[in-house]
Write a protein that binds this ligand. Structure first.
Ligand SMILES: *Cc1c(COP(=O)(O)O)cnc(C)c1O
Length: 392
């Protein structure tokens, strides 16, 4: 037998394996407890083994797991009702991941113009540093060298503009633009938020030419910023929005939310998925929504975020050779580093704390949204020790 890894080696994995989790803690087989500020990349919004989610999952698991979308799925309807009630959207399509949501968002936008008799109107404007997933469409949309190299020819119809460059957007957008697609806060790109005023201006520019606004809230949505969806801060609404990561609390689930108008080209047969929105995923997703969409829960996220941010500002001041600045919104926080963020991640492992590196030299802190005040204090103390090991 070849000694090639039986798991395709596309990841640079850390050597730890976690056997179980409790809230904000991930625990290895030998009982070592790591404070989890990665939350599976912004996924475990209610922490590990949350009793409400375990109950929702096991209750559904004892009834029926999967039926396909050939039949009505009440759990899916319930989750769609909740998402529509708490957002701009009139309708929802369920996927298994953020990438699949991005694919549908792109298809829906193209279909919209085809349906209106302008099938040539396909150009989608995106931004450098974007991340929309790893499908051929999603890498074409983001366009970064690292993701697209060797996978060509790429799907045509995307143009990347410099992040946050409103002049470039004004020059590029026209009555031939299909849509503008962006993350209100870039995640993989390095926790790079857009000014509320810029998001408002993008909405206005889209309206001016009739282009659709597609927001990718896969990472910044589901309460992460202290609002259910990050765009709410700017007081605008998209036409189409992708959600995933936090929506299943750890169970694979994604969704595309859309207005009735934006979805008007999609009819029976236009799109589909075998698993998308199956009873297990939606039973868990509905429970996540019931908890996370509560005003009191979101207010707590905001309060904890202020506490954490204030402590992180102190951390940056204490380690001026390691850190440059804190950025982000709510509990989607980044530490812009002066060292390689991967070195900070590794130094964190030595202190039994999990963080995630991102582009633009940024260390990401994406804790469970129900992290406690004590755990925030403990996390910053561990980051302080980790940074101390890297001080120049
Ligand atoms: C993670 C992510 C995706 C892709 O989601 P997957 O579930 O990994 O397919 C898309 N967009 C953004 C903003 C993301 O953070």
């Amino acid at each position: 037998m070849s000694d090639f890894p039986h798991v395709l080696p596309t990841y640079n994995r850390a050597p730890m394996a976690f056997e179980r989790g409790e809230g904000s803690w991930a625990i290895t087989a030998d009982g070592t407890r790591y404070l989890d500020l990665g939350a599976g990349i912004a996924v475990n919004v209610l922490g590990h083994a949350n009793p409400d989610l375990v109950a929702a999952l096991t209750d559904q698991a004892g009834k029926i797991w999967h039926v396909s979308n050939l039949y009505k799925i009440p759990q899916q309807e319930r989750l769609a009702d909740l998402l529509v009630a708490h957002s701009f959207a009139d309708t929802v399509f369920f996927t298994n991941s953020g990438t699949e949501a991005a694919e549908l968002a792109i298809k829906m936008a193209r279909k919209f113009w085809d349906h209106r008799g302008q099938p040539e109107r396909i150009e989608i404007l995106t931004f450098e540093g974007a991340f929309h997933g790893r499908s051929t469409g999603a890498i074409a949309a983001a366009g970064s060298e690292k993701m697209v190299k060797g996978f060509g020819p790429l799907m045509p119809g995307f143009r990347q503009l410099p992040w946050g460059d409103m002049e470039a957007l004004k020059a590029a957008i026209s009555d031939q633009t299909c849509a503008v697609m962006l993350e209100p806060i870039q995640g993989e790109g390095g926790i790079r938020p857009l000014e509320d005023s810029d998001l408002k201006e993008i909405r206005r520019l889209c309206d001016e030419v009739g282009a659709l606004l597609i927001l990718d809230e896969v990472q910044c949505g589901m309460g992460r910023t202290g609002r259910l969806f990050a765009h709410e801060y700017a007081g605008i609404a998209p036409d189409i929005m992708m959600v995933a990561k936090g929506i299943g609390g750890g169970f694979p689930l994604g969704a595309v939310l859309a207005t009735e108008d934006a979805a008007s080209g999609m009819v029976a047969g236009s799109h589909g998925s075998t698993y998308g929105g199956n009873p297990l995923a939606c039973a868990v997703g509905a429970r996540v929504m019931e908890i996370v969409a509560e005003d009191a829960f979101l207010a707590e996220v905001g309060r904890k975020a202020s506490l954490m941010r204030q402590k992180l500002e102190g951390l940056v001041d204490a380690h001026p050779d390691v850190f440059d600045a804190v950025r982000g919104q709510g509990l989607m926080l980044g530490l812009k580093c002066k060292v390689a963020p991967g070195d900070m991640v590794n130094a964190g492992y030595a202190q039994h704390i999990l963080t995630v590196a991102a582009a633009d030299n940024t260390l990401r802190l994406l804790p469970p949204l129900n992290i406690t005040d004590e755990e925030i204090t403990e996390a910053v103390a561990r980051l302080d020790k980790a940074a101390g090991s890297l001080d120049g």
